[in-house]
Design a protein around this ligand. Structure first.
Ligand code: 9MJ
Length: 677
């Protein structure tokens, strides 16, 4: 074959393979067998091997093949990628519709587009003159990671768009997910190799997209549906969301066939109910329906708040429920001695994970739901929340099923269990001095990030240290020795030394942190901060009697009593003194004391919610407080503004309903400007 002919053949093979890919993965309507496809594919690969000059980046053979990356570059999204507000009830959806109508001052009902809400990962695909040139994860909405090589492995993503007069720039937004079939195939492969199985398709997809080696991504057989636009240049935008789907489809991009137009709120709700019924038959996981105002002109008019559009909402399906058998009920003892009943269940897959334990909250809850050992129970799990026993299937109760009683003695230390009048919580009375569970949980709290912040001393290690008898009280943490720690399973000398180093580093702390770390009942971070401010030294706090504690503004009587009670125990004082003797100290904060900063936010109250882009909520809180602001935990009419990060939930809804202004990361930055150098 002449070179010119070979070149023409390559072109024909590209065309044929792209067409077959599109028919197979996008239209679900293949016209050739797998064997015929493979034959064409191998022919192309052979030619490319022989004539490397004919190998192009957009060749169908190039979907897998780039060398593993060291790390992902970041990509700034030309148009920010938005997240979605959530609706959980029919009323939430009705509220959303009402707000849209009001904002648009619309005399008629609104036309929406309904889309199944895929439970995957949002990405942006950038095409320039029809060529796929870059793909990125959503990241924080403004900046994501460049995962182009990984996205290329998704066979339904065209490397070249179809059609003529393609836009100069087209950014398409969509959701990457793993189908049930791919999930099953992956787990079969993992099982055959004796590897750990994926827990659910979402985790498997998320992990797949973040592989530095795109060959690993390819193995996962990911899918994508496109549902939105980012930057668009050199083409006019469709008039409606629904037309956009048709356009994306005509360009060869995969879109979801379940998408439908709904006239008005009632039609939306009917779609939601119908899709809910169909949910279990779909070949992929969904967790709700996204409703979007159909006309793009109206979308623009509505705009966005924080990072979620005002023209779209995700109506979530209720938590998935399954039945299983309750084998037994154990009582867990927490840091403050509270006994929590935990149902031990026959393993059951719900909400994307296998569940073997579920909370029963407290004894009142057990009695109210009349839960008994051996019962068949309905277990519920939504999102990341702890699974719970929703109710009992009474028809399946066995004769003589035993009622559950509150234990009279602590299951850990055998001290008496007491329940204060009117309190739903029963507690072990052993206290930190006697109860191993309280000691262990107390030490976890003591070491935690917001308390003593001992790097590396996580829950698992605390369990090991307490199991081995190396640590019983807080004070024991400071007398740990490298050799003893290095003896523990899975710990080497180096990690033991690192732990001791971070324990030593934690000794220089603040009085507020230390008070909080002591885990005194009712003394959270805020109260600990107030006590540190008032008393200045640990000695002064220890000496304070209950009356002077009661006199403190903002410290409630229960907390005051609890502090006095804590320091009245010789045992507690001994532990505190040993820590001071071991070198725990509270140097006064550095010169940049907050009083030197102009109190620009004095008299203002803010509420923080969601995940902020540039700092934790705690950090934001501390900075706002430095400027004199109050930071509250709940939104009210008095709130100056809600600062809403990613995944803001009910607080955002509340702020909106009260008309409280909502700030995003940029708004927060502006508030904090006086603190920038
Ligand atoms: C999902 N997850 O299926 C959007 N989504 O639109 C659909 N997500 C979305 N649309 C704007 N279908 C932001 C996110």
């Amino acid at each position: 074959m002449s070179f010119a002919k070979t070149k023409a053949r390559v072109k024909a093979l590209h065309k044929a393979l792209n067409e077959h890919n599109h028919r197979y993965y996008v239209l679900d309507d293949p016209s050739v067998s797998d064997a015929q496809y493979d034959e064409l594919f191998h022919e192309l690969r052979n030619i490319e091997e022989e004539y490397p000059e004919l190998l192009t980046e957009d060749s169908p053979t190039q979907r897998v093949g780039s060398a593993p990356l060291e790390s992902f570059d970041s990509v700034v999204h030309a148009v920010p990628m938005l997240s979605l507000g959530n609706a959980f009830s029919p009323e939430d959806l009705a509220d959303f519709d009402r707000q849209v109508i009001e904002r648009l001052d619309s005399p008629e009902q609104i036309t929406y587009v309904a889309e199944p809400k895929l439970d995957g990962l949002a990405v942006s695909l950038r095409y320039e003159n029809g060529k796929f040139i870059q793909g990125a994860t959503r990241g924080d909405g403004a900046t994501g990671e460049n995962v182009t090589a990984n996205l290329k492995t998704i066979p339904s993503i065209p490397l070249n768009l179809r059609g003529k007069n393609l836009p100069e720039v087209l950014e398409v937004r969509g959701e990457v997910f793993m189908s049930h079939a791919a999930f099953k195939a992956n787990n079969e492969r993992l099982e055959a190799n004796g590897q750990k199985l994926f827990v659910n398709p979402r985790n498997a997809a998320a992990g797949g997209l973040r592989q530095l080696d795109s060959k690993k991504t390819a193995e996962r057989q990911l899918s994508i549906y496109c549902y939105g636009l980012g930057e668009l240049r050199g083409a006019s935008e469709p008039a409606t969301q629904f037309d956009m789907f048709a356009w994306l489809k005509s360009l060869g991009l995969p879109t979801n066939g379940e998408v439908a137009r709904c006239q008005g709120h009632d039609a939306c709700y009917r779609y939601y109910e119908a899709l809910g019924k169909k949910r279990s038959t779909l070949p992929y996981d969904i967790d709700g329906v996204v409703f979007k105002v159909d006309e793009l002109r109206l979308q623009r008019e509505l705009g966005q708040r924080s990072r979620a559009p005002r023209w779209a909402i995700a109506q979530k399906f209720p938590a998935e429920e399954v039945t299983t058998k309750l084998d037994s009920i154990d009582w867990q003892v927490g840091r403050t001695g509270a006994l929590t009943p935990v149902a031990r269940l026959e393993p059951v897959f719900v909400g994307g994970v296998t569940v073997t334990n579920a909370t029963l909250h407290n004894i009142d809850e057990i009695e109210r739901k009349d839960v008994r050992v051996g019962d068949t129970v309905v277990v519920r799990r939504a999102g990341d929340v702890i699974p719970e026993v929703a109710r009992v299937v009474l028809d399946e109760r066995k004769k003589g099923a035993r009622k559950v009683a509150l234990p009279a003695k602590c299951p850990v230390c055998e001290s008496a269990v007491a329940r204060a009048d009117g309190d739903v919580v029963a507690r072990c009375t052993g206290g930190l001095g006697r109860c191993g569970a309280q000691q262990r949980e107390g030490i976890k709290h003591f070491a935690s990030r917001r308390a003593m912040d001992i790097d590396g001393l996580g829950d698992k290690l605390v369990d090991q240290l307490t199991d081995a008898g190396l640590v019983t009280t807080y004070a024991d943490v400071f007398t740990l020795e490298v050799d003893a720690v290095a003896e523990l399973p899975r710990l080497a000398k180096k990690s033991a030394q690192n732990l001791i180093n971070s324990i030593n580093a934690s000794k220089q702390t603040t009085l507020a942190r230390f008070i909080f770390a002591l885990g005194i009942r009712e003394v959270g971070e805020t109260t600990a901060g107030l006590l540190a401010d008032k008393f200045k030294t640990l000695d002064a706090l220890i000496q304070a009697d209950e009356v002077s504690l009661q006199g403190l503004k903002d410290v409630g009587p229960v907390a005051a009593a609890s502090v006095a009670e804590f320091f009245s125990h010789g045992n507690n004082l001994e532990i505190v003194n040993s820590m001071i003797a071991a070198g725990v100290a509270f140097p006064p904060p550095a010169e940049q004391a907050s009083t030197d900063v102009e109190q620009t936010l004095d008299g203002h109250t803010y509420v923080l919610t969601g995940t902020l882009a540039e700092m934790t909520r705690d950090e934001a809180k501390a900075l706002l407080q430095q400027l004199g602001a109050k930071v509250s935990g709940s939104v009210s009419k008095k709130t100056t503004a809600l600062i809403a990060g990613e995944k803001a939930g009910s607080k955002l809804t509340k702020a909106e309903s009260l008309g409280v202004p909502v700030l995003d990361d940029a708004g927060l930055k502006e508030l904090l400007r006086p603190l920038s150098p």
